[in-house]
Write a protein that binds this ligand. Structure first.
Ligand code: NAP
Length: 254
């Protein structure tokens, strides 16, 4: 019989790693369930149990916490998954007695040689492209769900890297796809930028190592980066890494 039951809100590198580490360390005493939104079709295998699909907002999540007798939540969703983070905070308040921590990996910081144009959201990123010369080749490393923001950008051509092939999404007229999942290494990113003659990069400030190589290539090749800032979201119960989340869990289950 397990003493504790941890819900991992997954969908990031950290979520998979956390499931492995908790299983290794707490086999037989802590049960884990990793939850996925269900957006990606070809999901990586995860250690332990999993569930897929939204909970149905704050009330749905609070009901799930009760029905599954969850004792702890570790929110390992992507830094841009602001709705899920908010829902987790609210559901824990509603349910009571469940401990919650969020993993919020540090942001990328601009370094010497970077030419970053900081924007608040995808709509601003698209607007910002109007300021560039016409006919440039723009690399969209923003995810499939965000392509619609660029639908009105007809004077640039786009290369979008996505995990799953597009399925009827609204998107800009001149677009090609690279179907690939990270992590992305530096040598391959250099080759990609060269082969595709990338002239502008658009990305989210996701942070972490898995997707950072493109920023180094942009720096090396003097390519401007339209950097979408994180949604404003700040909490006290945040840790920066999986290791810190494991420390939190140790303290929370002792
Ligand atoms: P979001 O805007 O914060 O959440 C939208 C809704 O999706 C939530 O209200 C919830 O539905 C459902 N949801 C999100 N994460 C979930 C999870 N782990 N388990 C169950 N339901 C979940 O999230 P998003 O930005 O669309 O991201 C969705 C997923 O993709 C997350 O798991 C995230 O880690 C991953 N991801 C996102 C990005 C990104 O740039 N946003 C990048 C890489 C990976 P209900 O309200 O019905 O519960």
């Amino acid at each position: 019989m397990y003493k504790q039951k941890v819900l991992i809100l997954g969908g990031s590198t950290e979520g998979f790693l956390l499931a492995e580490k908790i299983t290794q360390k707490y086999q037989g005493t802590v049960e884990i369930i990793t939850s996925f939104a269900g957006i990606t079709k070809k999901r990586r295998a995860v250690v332990g149990k999993m569930r897929v699909g939204g909970f149905g907002g704050v009330d749905g999540l609070a009901a799930y916490l009760k029905s599954e007798a969850i004792t702890h939540i570790i929110d390992a969703t992507h830094p841009f998954a602001a709705q899920m983070k908010y829902n987790a905070d609210q559901a824990v308040l509603q349910r009571g007695g469940v401990q919650l921590c969020h993993i919020m990996r540090p942001k990328w910081e601009a370094q010497q040689g970077d030419e970053w144009l900081l924007v608040g959201d995808m709509a601003q990123a698209a607007h910002c492209l109007n300021g560039f010369a016409k006919g440039l080749s723009v690399f969209l490393a923003v995810g499939r769900k965000e392509l619609a923001a660029f639908q009105g950008c007809s004077s640039q051509s786009f290369i979008a890297r996505v995990i799953d092939p597009p399925e009827g999404e609204v998107m800009p007229p001149q677009i090609e796809f690279i179907i690939e999942r990270g992590p992305f290494d530096l040598a391959k990113e250099r080759a990609l930028f060269k082969q595709r003659r990338i002239e502008v990069l658009v990305c989210k400030n996701s942070g972490g190592a898995a997707a950072a190589a493109k920023l180094q290539v942009a720096r090396e090749q003097n390519i401007p980066v339209v950097m979408v800032q994180r949604p404003f979201w700040e909490q006290e119960n945040c840790v920066p890494t999986v290791e810190a989340a494991m420390e939190w869990l140790k303290a929370a289950t002792d």
